[in-house]
Design a protein around this ligand. Structure first.
Ligand code: PLP
Length: 392
């Protein structure tokens, strides 16, 4: 093959890391004559429950509906029934937005990929460091450069002095599970207003916020409507990672030279995808019902509790670990490179993690609480084993 390839993806550190992880796992299981399923996977932030009957039924019913009525292309920004349910699901949305400002997508990766097309390639996009590595991949795929915003010693982030065109904020953040306070978010909104920047706000983990003082949405902040676009996913909150559903709230006040950008964003969505499949939107409607919300809340509490249990054991073992606050992740500091730490845990404890270098944080590992009860018990048992005490 000899064609002009997009070098940015070949050189993507994130893609390379996942290839490296898989190689380490394959080498290890071959050496020990194990199956991958024998390992304790604390690596991925993915669902570990079957589809609830409520969601299964919604998909079946929508297929029956489609076999009895003609349902074709719908509104590419989402079906009204789902947009209404989204607005009703959040008191802040209800206060500030109409269904016209909701754009249904296949998840946050999809929303962000649409939204980045609003910016010129040379736009300066600020990205928190550490944060979800896909932001960097999406930027490099568009030939855009990111401006890293480094975490302070006290784990906070400060708006930069320079003017950025956009900033991708994530709260609660992956991998640290830390959320911005109202005061901190106000600082970012003020920065965006002063500099004419847009905040792309990733709220993938907001359903794991269970205290009243931490904002669930950036629109709880004064002035955010003029500068922030919020992205939300059903992947973590409702176990929809394989169904693919999310949305963004795109306020009509988001303007370029007094022209609202909302119709232009809708154009981008239409050109890229023509919308989300009808049965999945019906599943989303069921997920936002009273029963669906109760299931989601129980799920989120369970994952968060798993992370808290792991954290307690690691702290007891003298590890430096943060997280399990507002998202089911732990971020553990060691005294070696994160790849060495990864191999220590793999080879001494049969545990898979994600090296912090994937989040631009070498010397750290991310451990996930998105695990079953069986995996939790195995992880706790292995982490507390006496031999091989120096796990990192
Ligand atoms: N945003 C963050 C911060 C994530 O950690 C993830 C997945 O791990 C996503 C977005 C992906 O969301 P989606 O499945 O909606 O694309």
């Amino acid at each position: 093959m000899n064609f002009l390839v997009n070098n940015d993806i070949l050189e993507s550190k994130n893609a390379m890391l996942f290839i490296w992880i898989e190689e380490q796992i394959q080498n290890y299981i071959k050496k020990r004559n194990l199956q991958k399923s024998d390992l304790i996977n604390l690596g991925i932030g993915d669902t570990c429950h079957f589809l609830p009957p409520l969601i299964k039924q919604a998909i079946i019913d929508s297929a029956i509906e489609m076999s009895e009525h003609v349902i074709g292309y719908g509104d590419e920004t989402g079906q009204t029934f789902l947009k209404e349910a989204i607005i009703d699901s959040n008191a802040t949305y209800k206060e500030h937005f109409s269904t016209n400002e909701v754009i249904v997508t296949e998840g946050i990766a999809n929303s962000l990929s649409h939204l980045l097309q609003l910016f010129e390639k040379k736009a300066k996009i600020g990205v928190l460091s550490p944060s979800y590595p896909v932001y960097s991949t999406l930027l490099s795929l568009r030939g855009m450069k990111k401006i890293p915003i480094k975490q302070n010693e006290d784990l906070s982030f400060t708006p930069p002095k320079e003017k950025l065109d956009a900033i991708i904020l994530c709260s609660p953040n992956n991998p640290t599970a830390l959320a911005f306070s109202k005061k901190e978010l106000q600082m970012w909104v003020d920065y965006a207003k002063e500099n004419g920047s847009i905040i792309l706000f990733d709220a993938a983990y907001n359903s794991f916020i269970f205290d009243d003082s931490t904002p669930l949405s950036i629109y709880e902040i004064e002035g955010a409507k003029e500068v922030a676009i919020e992205m939300k996913s059903f992947s973590k909150s409702h176990g929809f990672s394989a169904l693919r559903l999310g949305y963004c709230i795109f306020p009509k006040e988001i303007c370029y030279k007094s022209i609202s950008l909302l119709p232009f964003c809708k154009k981008i969505v239409a050109a890229n995808s023509n919308g989300v499949s009808y049965p999945i939107q019906k599943a989303g409607l069921a997920a936002l019902s009273k029963e669906g919300t109760e299931i989601s809340m129980a799920l989120c509490k369970e994952y968060l509790e798993n992370a808290k249990t792991l954290k307690a054991h690691l702290l007891k073992a003298g590890k430096h670990v943060i997280g399990a606050e507002h998202a089911p992740y732990l971020f553990m500091k060691g005294n070696r490179s994160s790849k060495e730490m990864f191999n220590d845990l793999l080879q001494n404890k049969n545990i898979i993690t994600i090296p912090g270098c994937g989040f631009e944080a070498d010397g750290f590992l991310r451990l996930s609480g998105f695990i079953s009860k069986k995996t939790l018990d195995l992880a706790v048992a292995n982490l507390t084993l006496e031999e091989n005490h120096d796990i990192c």
